[in-house]
Design a protein around this ligand. Structure first.
Ligand SMILES: Cc1cc2nc3c(=O)[nH]c(=O)nc-3n(C[C@H](O)[C@H](O)[C@H](O)COP(=O)(O)OP(=O)(O)OC[C@H]3O[C@@H](n4cnc5c(N)ncnc54)[C@H](O)[C@@H]3O)c2cc1C
Length: 520
């Protein structure tokens, strides 16, 4: 068998990789050793940035319908609800999805699996990667099907989206530096009855224990997460009922368990690979970085790795870009993964640490401090921008270029930023960012016909698919204010909705340099 891209692993990351390649019409094979998509809920939080990508793919409506909005977080200390922080529409005006969508991993996987099955080829289930070799021309992988049949696949490129214990990463000999938290965690999907009203997030704390209760779609359906009590550590076949009997009195908290749908214990790691690429092989998702679930970032980051890599790989395969474009995948995603592992680890330590100072902070300062901070519009927006991943930027890296910017204001988005979302007279800024092409947005006050002619001729001749949008100040001057543009502004937006280039004049030579450097 032969293909352009062989994807190992059909978790959320691998399925997103296949989905994106199918949008570009690239031939791929995706395999997984499992029999089908996971039936375990696992990751629960779908962040706004992921929802924006889903919208570009045409699957956001399904994801909204099947999920539920995380409306508020409540802090319960020693059994009493002390603080409630409203989260509904926390990102109003910043994203078409100004909230966290509580949609479990299994449902995300089902939506993505459906997407690829309808457009191109589905997953080869029950099929495991045994080994692979690579040389300058491609990759040869040996696989076996559950029924014993052996398969050899030749591919131009290989993507290891094969999870935390990634055989691809191991075979590539990449380091996976970091550590493992000793205390095991539990997760349980349950139906409960308790005194609290509202289908909201509850964080219950006392000096040494915590229980986080995340709302899930369905009546009284919650995900409960906490540390396995030390007295139960050596117990064989631990049940969730036993965990609750130990934990609830300590938290001074009552809760009636009606049904346990899923219960698992696991250890939390924080590790990052040393490079996301080796030769013709890439790593993405948990294969490249793992960290605590604090902040609900894990699955989202894997999805965004795949989204970042797929368009670059597609253009290289279509011979519209030089293979050196692929280096920007590691350049852009590795620093973010490193930063994420550190911040989620700090957040996690704050929740579990037994250090008396941290404990005091956790019980006495954190709930009130968060409530106070989020009562200000500015801090609410900052918190949303960070957690939702819409603030992730690639400013320092080689695919971001600022031309002449002297007339732009400080609020003008920079090269390397996700293009901002806001409403316009005709719709929203995201209406310009549909499809898989580069989008060039040219904002002008006075029409320069000769310049525009040259610009559109240049883009017409390009091998790349480039759409030119002309936006006159006379039709919607508010956009100019929102983007900090005085007279003129030109933005080249990459297929992943990030600004690649910006300038306040049309400088064709500079644009040629931008495209020439990576996308000849
Ligand atoms: C109990 C639990 C709770 C979690 N809770 C959260 C949360 O609340 N929020 C959050 O953001 N994240 C959470 N996570 C993490 C989240 O599930 C992962 O970040 C996410 O699954 C990563 O997706 P992935 O596609 O990169 O890897 P995976 O989902 O692990 O998928 C990898 C796939 O590769 C396949 N595979 C492996 N080896 C081979 C092979 N040799 N051949 C073929 N196929 C292979 C596996 O079968 C698997 O399907 C949780 C994880 C667990 C386990």
């Amino acid at each position: 068998m032969q293909t352009k891209v062989l994807i190992i692993g059909a978790g959320p990351t691998g399925l997103m990789m296949a989905s994106q390649l199918s949008r570009f019409g690239i031939d791929y094979i995706i395999i997984d050793q499992k029999a089908t998509i996971t039936d375990q809920s696992k990751a629960l939080a779908v962040q706004a940035r992921t929802m924006e990508v889903y919208q570009q793919m045409g699957i956001a409506e399904e994801a909204v319908e099947q999920g539920m909005i995380g409306r508020a977080v409540n802090f319960v200390i020693n059994g009493k609800r002390l603080q409630r922080i409203n989260l509904a529409n926390i990102g109003e005006g910043l994203s078409p999805f100004p909230y966290i969508n509580m949609l479990e991993q299994s449902k995300n996987e089902a939506i993505l699996n459906n997407f690829i099955e309808q457009r191109q080829n589905g997953v080869l289930w029950n099929t495991s990667l045994d080994s692979f070799t690579q040389n300058e021309d491609g990759v040869t992988a040996t696989l076996h099907h559950k029924d014993g049949e052996e398969l050899t696949i030749k591919a131009d490129w290989l993507v290891g989206a094969d999870g935390a214990s990634s055989p691809v990463r191991k075979q590539l000999g990449m380091t996976f530096l970091g550590d493992t938290h000793e205390q095991p965690f539990f997760v349980a999907d349950v139906q409960i009855n308790w005194a609290f009203e509202g289908h909201e997030l509850y964080i219950c704390l006392d000096k040494n224990n915590f229980l986080a209760c995340f709302p899930m779609k369905g009546e009284r359906h919650f995900r409960l997460v906490g540390v396995v009590p030390p007295t139960l550590l050596n117990k064989e076949e631990l049940t969730f009922e036993e965990v609750l009997v130990d934990l609830l009195p300590k938290l001074n908290f009552e809760l009636k368990l009606d049904q346990v749908k899923w219960f698992a214990t696991y250890k939390i790691h924080h590790r990052v690979v040393n490079n996301f690429q080796r030769g013709r092989c890439f790593l993405a998702g948990d294969a490249a970085h793992i960290h605590s679930p604090a902040g609900g970032q894990g699955m989202n980051t894997g999805l965004m790795d795949a989204y970042n890599l797929a368009w670059k790989l597609a253009l290289v395969i279509q011979e519209k870009a030089s293979p050196k474009l692929l280096k920007t995948y590691n350049e852009e995603r590795l620093p973010f993964a490193q930063q994420l592992v550190n911040t989620t680890d700090t957040a996690f330590e704050t929740i579990i640490s037994n250090n008396p100072l941290v404990r005091f902070f956790r019980l006495n300062i954190l709930p009130t401090g968060l409530r106070f901070a989020t009562s200000f519009e500015r801090t609410r927006k900052l918190a949303f921008r960070t957690v939702s991943q819409i603030a992730v930027n690639y400013r320092p890296y080689s695919l971001s270029r600022n031309g002449n910017t002297s007339s732009f204001s400080s609020k003008t988005p920079q090269a390397g930023d996700r293009f901002p979302y806001f409403p316009t007279k005709a719709g929203t800024t995201f209406d310009w960012l549909k499809g898989t092409a580069f989008q060039v947005l040219y904002f002008y006050t006075k029409e320069h016909t000769a310049t525009l002619d040259r610009l559109s001729k240049y883009f017409d001749l390009s091998e790349l698919e480039i759409n030119l949008h002309l936006i006159a100040k006379s039709t919607d001057s508010a956009i100019f204010d929102d983007l900090g543009i005085k007279e003129e502004g030109l933005f080249i937006i990459r297929p992943d909705m990030y600004i690649g280039y910006r300038s306040d004049v049309v400088d064709l030579a500079d644009i040629e340099i931008y495209f020439g450097e990576h996308l000849p």
